[in-house]
Design a protein around this ligand. Structure first.
Ligand SMILES: Nc1ncnc2c1ncn2[C@@H]1O[C@H](COP(=O)(O)OP(=O)(O)OP(=O)(O)O)[C@@H](O)[C@H]1O
Length: 237
């Protein structure tokens, strides 16, 4: 079952065309990867698909809701973790979860979420004092606090050490196993290969490939996703 349908999305910032006719679909329960060079338009796709940004043209249907007419409902049913997300340094883990849960009509039980994601011992810890891995764990919990059916994660593992990255992969799989559809923006080919059921490669505001990692490698006659990506975009990841 399709839960995200983007059709001919267009978005310009002043004279810069960031999205130039993006069409893609994501199925329920998938981990779907969005790959592409810096400035390709990945974050803009996430912002449009999650209802945070209005496209200039094209349509966004998420969970059957048209983002132009049902935006509020859409925002209630998705979770978004944007790149470079930040919280006030002094906020405590428990406070952040409680505050985010207040944004939703039907939030998850934030205390239960804190427990499930192993954050209870950190309840009184301040955001600034958390390591990178714990910050990401908190961000994932915050993205889930509205009890969403779809979660968008933008460069969640950038800047993490290898152990924290692996831990985060486990958390993303857990999320999927609980029935949440995950859209993941990443620059890491190993991450896409390890986690993603399907991927879309975006370059200069257009989708240049959509399919499984294996399909992309086969199409480019490449031995690794890294090589396939390079063949497709002319750039290394
Ligand atoms: N608010 C904005 N105002 C002006 N230009 C913007 C804005 N947001 C994005 N852009 C530009 O639109 C293009 C696409 O940006 P976007 O952030 O969607 O790309 P991206 O693929 O997520 O890049 P990165 O991998 O660097 O995060 C870039 O050239 C960017 O500079």
């Amino acid at each position: 079952m399709t839960v995200i349908e983007l059709n001919d999305l267009r978005k310009s910032y002043r004279t810069h065309r960031a999205l130039d006719g993006v069409t893609l679909t994501v199925g329920r329960g998938e981990i779907f990867g969005l790959l592409g060079p810096n400035g390709a338009g990945k974050t803009t796709v996430v912002e449009c698909a999650s209802g945070l940004r209005r496209p200039d043209g094209g349509t966004v249907r998420v969970l059957g809701l048209d983002s132009r007419t049902r935006r509020r409902e859409l925002l209630q049913r998705v979770g978004v973790q944007l790149q470079e997300a930040a919280l006030p340094d002094a906020i405590k883990v428990g406070e952040a979860l409680r505050m985010y849960s207040s944004f939703y009509d039907r939030p998850a039980d934030w205390r239960a979420l804190m427990e499930e994601w192993g954050l209870t011992a950190m309840k009184r810890a301040r955001f600034a004092g958390l390591s990178g891995g714990w910050k990401q764990r908190l961000f994932i919990a915050l993205a889930l606090v509205g009890d969403p059916e779809i979660v968008f994660l933008d460069e969640l593992t950038t800047g993490l050490d290898p152990a924290a990255r692996r831990m985060t992969w486990g958390l993303i799989r857990d999320m999927r196993d609980r029935g949440v559809t995950v859209v993941l923006v990443t620059h890491f080919m190993d991450e896409a290969e390890a986690l993603c059921d399907r991927i879309a490669v975006i370059d200069r505001g257009r989708i240049v490939h959509e399919g499984t990692p294996d399909e992309l490698m086969a199409r480019c006659d490449a031995g690794s996703l890294d090589d396939a990506y390079f063949t497709l975009t002319g750039r290394t990841a």
